[in-house]
Design a protein around this ligand. Sequence first.
Ligand code: UDX
Ligand code: UDX
Length: 476
Amino acid sequence: MHGMYPGDLLTVDSFEVGVIGAGYVGLATGACLAHLGYKVTCLDRDEERITSLQEGTVPFYEPALDRLVARGMRSGHLSFGGAQELAWVVRRTDVVFVAVGTPQGDDGSADLANVASVAGQIGHALVSEGSASRERPLVVANKSTVPVGGGDYVSALIEEGVLEGGGATAKADFVVVSNPEFLREGSAVYDTLFPDRIVVGADSRGPLEIMRRLYEPIIGQDFPTEFDPRPKTAVPFVSTDLASAEMIKYAANAFLATKISFINEISALCETTGANVSLVANGIGLDGRIGSRFLNAGIGWGGSCFPKDVSALRAAALAYGYETPLLDATVAVNEGQLRRVIEKLERHLDTLMGKRVALLGLSFKPNTDDLRGAPSLEIARQLNALGATSVGYDPVAGILAGRALQGLEVVFDPYEALEGANAAVVVTEWEEVKGLDPTRAAASMREPKLLVDGRNALDPTSCREAGLLYASFGRE
Ligand code: UDX
Ligand code: UDX
């Protein structure tokens, strides 16, 4: 039984929001909603993380987020608390976002343990001491990536929590909606304030209306911004049923991963035929039906989302008895890209045994210190297994990478990494890496001074003129 949705109740002033999970997604969501004028409380079970946030320090590297968090705290719109404050938050808020991780399980499927635990806690909280009957149902907006059916599962677990807490089912005044997140790490704040679309899925109209109102400032682009001109004037609000919203998230990530694998396959063909993949990508990308983004060939896709989401989609399909030849190929091509890096090194170094290889950039992509699914770590592991020494440089992720992989020497200057190296691999296209001076690089390196440009980020001609043996992906 869900309550009514009085049409005139919701204004920015009256809206209170809770966010469970203060990671990349939860914290960016919370800080941006606070910027829009809502009163937001972000909770996390990690006490250290909460203490750090309460002291005004964002515990990971994400451009612009620290400023927004500081501003939100100063204005009193943003506060933080531990998991024990969940009941308090549930009692006073209209919308609670769930943004806890859904890592890849051992069998490749999405591990829903975090989501399940939070759902149970919400159920308990709904009937905890002091909770009066609600004016309108609590909207539980799921931002965690869950397979189709995940929202219903969350509903069932909240219901179970309510019963366990001694409540009657009728008191369970809540409704679960799916609100998938499309932000990219490294531009989390920008992507949250200026998204290509907002997707919300629910099986009834009321919560969709609540969510549309919550997002109204973003939909209508009616909030203060430092961007001049404002990058967007309006954002589409896509409302669907629950299952479709859940599928949209997986389909979007799987499509993007497939697009990258496609251009990587073409890049291998370019290498054999003498074509240049950068020119090919430009030539096909200008076709509006194809689009020019996500056509950068190189080492391939990694990160905390593409690998686990493609894997979870394959696992879900399998559970329904479906095969996914296209997704299987997307993954196979991606795995092949790492092999191509090692092959390029071996081709020019004869053997890797005893060689020193510099890895330029360690995070899975620029502007983040996230090492989840980072190709750098896998390349370093393979190099070590082949008898080479690897030395890594990254402007922000160095210390974390050194901790993540024993045997990886980490330095804090790109030229120091290149000092005495027989080869270097551009793993992450940080500005600091793209701006490398080839002459200085060549002077630091030892023969054969091989530079494998895993992101096609440097200029081949100036690298060769400086005396580097330059190799990239799908171009001369
Ligand atoms: C999010 C998730 O929504 C994931 O499903 C999606 O695929 C990608 O984005 P992300 O924000 O990257 O994940 O996760 P992470 O940075 O690991 O943060 C999750 C936070 O939730 C952590 O701080 C963790 O301590 C917290 N957490 C986890 C809880 O507070 N309670 C839990 O029960 C589990
Ligand atoms: C991705 C999705 O883009 C985002 O919508 C979703 O919410 C989370 O997953 P993210 O993982 O932060 O975001 O990074 P993204 O910029 O998409 O890059 C993913 C991977 O693809 C990186 O390893 C990147 O290096 C690689 N990539 C991207 C390419 O190899 N070529 C490209 O052209 C683009």
